[in-house]
Design a protein. Structure first.
Length: 310
C-alpha cells in the first residue's frame, strides 16, 4: 500500500501518481473535517521544527498553523541565518543530526539549491523542503495542484499557462513536473532571459507533454484554463540592472482578461509585487488567496503522512 512514512519531501519529481493521489485525498479529508468545524488531534505530542534561512510568510505560517491544527507544537529559529549556529559555521548536515533529537519532522527554507537535501542527509526524521533557492518548492506545488483540482473540478485536460520568472521561480520548477502526470498542455510565458530551464522543458517534452514557449501573454491567454502568475525573483539576480530591466514585464489586469476564457482561474504563489493588478482581485476566478488558504490543508496532509499519523 502506498504511504509516505519516514520520507523526506525534497522535490516534486519524487512523487508517483499513487502518492500524489494519497496527498490530495488526505488534504480533501482534512478540508471536509475542518469545514464542518471538526478538529484533528493526530499529531498530539509531536513537534515540528522550522528552519527558515530566507524570508517567508505563507510557507512558515501555514506549516505552523498545520501542526497546531493537528494538535502538535512548533519549534522555530526566528532568523535562522543570523541567530542560529549557521552564523558560527555549522553545516546543515550537522544541524540535521542535532534536530532529530529535538523534533519529529522539520521544514527548511534556504537560499542555496540542494540545502534541504543536505539537512535531510544528516537527519533521520523526515525533512520537508520549504524552498531551496531557485531549486524546488514541492509543498507549494502540491497545494497548487490541490487548488487547481478544487477550482476546476479536475486535473486532466487543462491548458496551464505559467508566466513571469520561470528561470528563478522555484514554484514553477516544482509545479510543471507534477502537472505533467495529468496530461497538462503548457504555455511557458517569459522574457527570454527568464525562460524555464531547458532541462525542465526537455524533461516534460520527453514524457510527451505539449509545451509552447513564448514571451507574448496576450497570444495565449484565450486558450488558457489556469493562469499561474509569478513574481520576478529580485533576490536571485546577480545584476540589479537586469532586474530593473525585467521587472514589470507582465501585468495581468482587466484589459488583458477581456481576451480570456470566462472561467479562467488565476493563481499566484504570492507575494505579488505588481504582476497582478488589484482590480483583478474582484474577478471570480482570482483564486490566489484561496490558494494560500489551501496551503494549510495540504501541509497538514504532508505532516501527518510523513510521520505515519494517518
Ligand atoms: C514563493 C517562494 O518562496 O518561492 N512564495 C511562497 O512560498 N508562497 C514565491 C515567491 O517568493 O515569489
Amino acid at each position: 500500500m502506498t504511504n509516505l512514512v519516514g520520507k523526506d519531501i525534497l522535490a516534486a519529481d519524487q512523487f508517483n501518481m499513487a502518492e500524489l493521489e494519497l496527498i490530495l485525498q488526505t488534504a480533501r479529508q482534512f478540508d471536509t473535517i475542518s469545514s464542518a468545524g471538526g478538529t484533528l488531534d493526530l499529531m498530539r505530542n509531536m513537534i515540528l521544527a522550522t528552519l527558515f534561512y530566507e524570508p517567508s510568510t505563507r510557507t512558515r505560517l501555514s506549516f505552523e498553523s498545520a501542526i497546531l491544527r493537528l494538535g502538535g507544537s512548533v519549534l522555530s529559529v526566528a532568523e535562522a541565518k543570523t541567530s542560529s549556529s549557521a552564523a558560527k559555521g555549522e553545516t546543515l548536515y550537522d544541524t540535521g543530526k542535532m534536530i532529530e533529537g529535538y523534533a519529529h519532522v522539520a521544514v527548511i527554507r534556504h537560499p542555496i539549491v540542494g540545502s534541504a537535501r543536505e539537512l535531510a542527509d544528516g537527519a533521520s526524521i523526515p525533512v520537508i523542503n520549504g524552498g531551496d533557492g531557485a531549486g524546488q518548492h514541492p509543498s507549494q506545488a502540491l497545494l497548487d495542484l490541490y487548488t487547481i483540482q478544487k477550482e476546476k473540478g479536475r486535473l486532466e485536460e487543462l491548458t496551464v499557462t505559467l508566466v513571469g520568472d520561470l528561470r528563478y521561480g522555484r514554484t514553477v520548477h516544482s509545479l510543471a513536473p507534477l502537472l505533467q502526470h495529468f496530461g497538462t498542455r503548457f504555455n511557458f510565458v517569459a522574457p527570454s532571459e527568464l525562460a524555464m530551464p531547458a532541462e525542465i522543458t526537455a524533461g516534460l517534452r520527453a514524457k510527451g507533454a505539449e509545451v509552447t514557449e513564448t514571451s507574448d501573454l496576450a497570444a495565449v491567454i484565450g486558450q488558457t484554463d489556469v493562469l499561474y502568475v509569478t513574481r520576478i525573483q529580485k533576490e536571485r539576480f546577480a545584476d540589479p540592472a537586469q532586474y530593473e530591466a525585467l521587472k514589470g514585464a507582465y501585468v495581468v489586469n482587466n484589459a488583458l482578461l477581456q481576451q480570456a476564457k470566462p472561467d479562467l482561474t488565476i493563481m499566484h504563489p504570492l507575494p505579488r509585487v505588481d504582476e497582478i493588478a488589484k482590480e483583478v482581485d474582484a474577478y471570480e476566478g482570482a483564486a490566489y488567496f484561496r490558494q494560500a488558504a489551501n496551503g494549510v490543508l495540504v501541509r497538514m496532509a504532508l505532516l501527518a503522512l510523513v510521520t505515519g499519523k494517518i
